[in-house]
Every structure is written in structure tokens, then in C-alpha cells.
Design a binder for this molecule. Structure first.
Ligand code: ACO
Length: 202
């Protein structure tokens, strides 16, 4: 995704984390420069949010600059700094945030939890299946110090389910009525129950 302006003037790294301030890491400048930067960051977020929604067949974007500004969510942007004659291009986006959820395990036991969630994930069509999604997802896991199985996924697409199976051997999703999906190992007590069963059998 290319823009008229030079992305490398705004985003200084290949993966950039944006929160509700919308101020990119490493920003320096006066008030006018800040307004200019915020306008450009908003344009980038809205454009990538629209592309993600179109790619997933959603009626409207779930990621917009306005929604990010009014949230505690984090947006990771993947930048190819060399593309577009050195002006850079946005190649992907990943949004995470905590949500209060009721989740049911396979036995129908329910839990009230507030897990970190994958809310939106997109790699530009021209770059899908080249490993960029894994690169961006791994960056997020390191930053948030979390394992994929500890996260709930909002309406995962088949592509994303394939991705999780391939890279993290997460399969047989436990689908929830709220459209979130979790995997075995997510539930707080499942490991304790296994331990109890194992210790009884010893
Ligand atoms: N069909 C089936 N599986 C796919 C596809 C596809 N078109 N694209 C990616 N995958 C899965 C496969 O497991 C693939 O491995 P394979 O090529 O050996 O079969 C693996 O992902 C590839 O891994 P990466 O190259 O690291 O993934 P990629 O860069 O393509 O990013 C992503 C994965 C984000 C799902 C990307 O394909 C994409 O943007 N898809 C369209 C939008 C989308 O579905 N986003 C997720 C919505 S759900 C949510 O956001 C919570």
C-alpha cells in the first residue's frame, strides 16, 4: 500500500506500534509537524483498515484511526521501507487488545476472562504467503510477551486458521457464540485438570 507522502519520514522502523495517541515512535517536531504526522498516520490506518475489511469481506472496517484513538488497542504496522522508490509501503497490519469475554470449553464449562485478543490481521494481497504475516505476528508475541494459545481470536478467517495451524500447531478451534475462537490450552483450568488426571493415574 503506497501513499503520496514518504512513509519513511513518519515510520522509522520496519514494524511500528501505534496506540491511541496515534503518534508514531520516535516522532519529534513542533505542533504543526505533529498535526501533519497525525493526519498522515490516520490516512494510513484508515486505508489499511479498509483493505483488511475488503479482504475479509466485511461490510465496514473494524480498524479506523477514530476507533483506535478511543481504545486501549495496539496497532502494529509492517513497512517495507525500500518500496515505492524509497518512499516505503505498508505491507501489513495487526491489531490486538483486551476484551471481556465469556468463553465455553468443550465440556460446556464457562469462564469469564479478559484475554488479549487478535482483532484484525492483514497482509497486502501482493505479499501474502511470503512469511510476512509470521514476521509481524512474531513481533507482536515478543512485544506482548505472550503465547498464541493464550489469545482469543475475533472471527478468524480460514486463511488465519490455516496460518495458526501451520506456524503454531493450533488446530481444532473451540468456536464461541460471540464469534471468538480459542484453542485447547487457553482455558484457565484445563492444565490443572490434566495434571489432576495425570497424577491420579500415576
Ligand atoms: N489460503 C489458505 N491459507 C493461507 C492463505 C490462503 N490464501 N494465505 C495464508 N494462508 C496461511 C497458510 O497456512 C499459509 O501456509 P502455506 O502457504 O504453506 O499454505 C500461511 O498462512 C502462510 O504464512 P505467512 O506467509 O506468514 O502468512 P501471510 O503473510 O499470508 O499472512 C494472513 C496471513 C494475515 C491471514 C494473510 O493471508 C491475510 O491477510 N489474509 C487475508 C485477510 C485475513 O484473512 N485476515 C485474518 C482475518 S481474522 C482476524 O483478523 C482476527
Amino acid at each position: 500500500m503506497e501513499f503520496k507522502f514518504n512513509l519513511n519520514d513518519i515510520f522509522k522502523q520496519s514494524v511500528v506500534e501505534i496506540n491511541n495517541s496515534l503518534i508514531p515512535p520516535g516522532f519529534s517536531g513542533d505542533r504543526r509537524a505533529l498535526w501533519d504526522t497525525l493526519g498522515k498516520v490516520s490516512e494510513v490506518i484508515n486505508t489499511v483498515g479498509e483493505a483488511s475489511a475488503a479482504s475479509q469481506g466485511l461490510p465496514k472496517p473494524i480498524t479506523t484511526a477514530d476507533r483506535l484513538r478511543n481504545s486501549e488497542q495496539k496497532l502494529y504496522l509492517l513497512i517495507d521501507q525500500t518500496a515505492n522508490n524509497g518512499k516505503g509501503a505498508v505491507t501489513g497490519m495487526l491489531k490486538t487488545g483486551k476484551k471481556g469475554l465469556y468463553v465455553f470449553d468443550r465440556d460446556g464449562q464457562h469462564y469469564q476472562v479478559t484475554p488479549p485478543c487478535v482483532l484484525d490481521f492483514y497482509i497486502h494481497e501482493s505479499r501474502q504467503r511470503t512469511g510476512l504475516g509470521k514476521q509481524l505476528f512474531e513481533h507482536m508475541l515478543q512485544k506482548e510477551e505472550i503465547e498464541p494459545v493464550q489469545m482469543a481470536i475475533d472471527r478468524p478467517s480460514d486463511k488465519f486458521l490455516g496460518f495458526l495451524n501451520k506456524h503454531y500447531t493450533l488446530h481444532s478451534p473451540v468456536k464461541q457464540m460471540n464469534n471468538y475462537v480459542v484453542f485447547d490450552g487457553f482455558f484457565p483450568r484445563s492444565s490443572e485438570q490434566t495434571e489432576t488426571k495425570e497424577s491420579k493415574s500415576r
